[in-house]
Design a protein around this ligand. Structure first.
Ligand code: NAP
Ligand code: 8YV
Length: 318
């Protein structure tokens, strides 16, 4: 049987490639020197695209692929894909929900402990010889019995809440809808921020959540407050966040995502009360393997019966 042509946008693992080459002829968009010429000549040949949450499906690719049927994305967040427009064209979009939720929740814990217990400056105190020369590192703040606010109590938000319960936290949350959970619901992000000491953003990105965390929300969080972003850079007004960290409106932050990745503002890089990670919340061998396997499963199932395992909500009627 002839293999089906697959356009790959962004990197994949060897394991994914080995599983896919049995069924697909793979062309890598970023290997093409003349992207426009390549898309013009070949775009109509692709019924399938493999991409990720960072690259999504760029407009030139969407326009050059009139016979596209399926997009399988390596990640749960799909704000870089215009899912409604693709659904109108009858194109299925698949993503990787669930399999990364534990890892992202663990990354929140890692950032929270690192910010509260000042892991990076304390490590520097130990390595630099200042412990011997200057004495003990100052006391830090505990993560026990805190009020924690979760913006987006979805699959990952629920996992974050479960971990915080183990630290005897009081949980507050804001999402579009109230859930049947033993946590306190807030109709606005600002009200949620005002009720807590630790605020975590874990919503999808895109226009609906753009700057959900703005200067008012950060002011409501207050001078002892810590803010964590594991959602998307667009969810927080980055300039307002920098200002709030600089003038003591909030106490600190842990950030895995940024407005213009991979660029991070120098102001954030200089701050000792901020811990930065380069969008690695799901980036362990085990979790990326589970995500990659699901990406492959979606493409192979589509090949077999025209459906995918984990369609995004906008496409579930297709
Ligand atoms: P999910 O199960 O769909 O949960 C999303 C949550 O966000 C839901 O509680 C939803 O509320 C809420 N929400 C959606 N739009 C909102 C809005 N306009 N205002 C307030 N709340 C809103 O998704 P998930 O699997 O937990 O993933 C969440 C997001 O995490 C992804 O979309 C992605 O952006 C991010 N993520 C980041 C990384 C990373 O590497 N840093 C890794 C994985 C995921 P309702 O339930 O009321 O609709
Ligand atoms: C990935 C993510 O790093 O799943 C998501 O939404 O942000 C991350 O797991 C991203 O999709 C790039 O592959």
């Amino acid at each position: 049987m002839a293999k089906v042509r697959l356009l790959q946008i962004g990197a994949i693992t060897d394991r994914m490639r080995e599983a896919l080459v049995e069924f697909f002829d793979i062309d890598v968009l970023f290997d093409q020197e003349d992207r426009t010429g390549f898309l013009t000549a070949n775009g109509a040949e692709y019924p399938a695209i493999l991409t990720n949450g960072h690259w999504g499906v760029p407009e030139d690719v969407a326009a050059a692929t009139p016979n596209l049927k399926v997009v399988s994305s390596y990640g749960v967040g799909y704000d870089a894909i215009d899912a409604e427009a693709f659904a109108e064209r009858g194109i299925l979009i698949a993503h990787t929900p669930g399999v990364l939720s534990d890892e992202v929740a663990n990354t929140f814990l890692m950032l929270w402990l690192a910010v509260s217990r000042e892991l990076i400056p304390a490590d520097d105190h130990a390595r630099s010889g200042r412990w011997e020369a200057e004495g003990n590192y100052p006391l830090t703040r505990s993560v026990m019995r805190r009020k924690v606010g979760i913006l987006g109590l979805g699959r990952i938000g629920e996992m974050i809440a479960a971990r915080c319960v183990a630290f005897d936290a009081e949980i507050h949350y804001h999402s579009r809808t109230e859930k049947k959970v033993p946590y306190t619901y807030h109709e606005t992000a600002e009200s949620c921020a005002a009720a807590v000491e630790v605020l975590v953003a874990i919503t999808p990105g895109g226009p609906e959540t753009k700057h959900l965390v703005n200067a008012d929300v950060l002011r409501a969080l207050g001078p002892d407050g810590l803010f964590f972003n594991l959602a998307r850079g667009s969810v927080v007004d980055e300039q307002a966040l920098i200002a709030a960290l600089e003038d003591g409106t909030i106490a600190g932050a842990g950030l895995d995502v940024f407005a213009e990745e991979p660029k991070i503002p120098d102001a954030l890089k200089r701050m000792k009360n901020v811990v930065l990670t380069p969008h690695v919340a799901s980036a362990t061998v085990e979790t990326r393997q589970a995500m990659g396997d699901l990406v492959v499963e979606n493409l192979v199932q589509w090949l077999n019966d025209g459906t995918v395992v984990t369609a995004v909500p906008e496409c579930r009627h297709l």
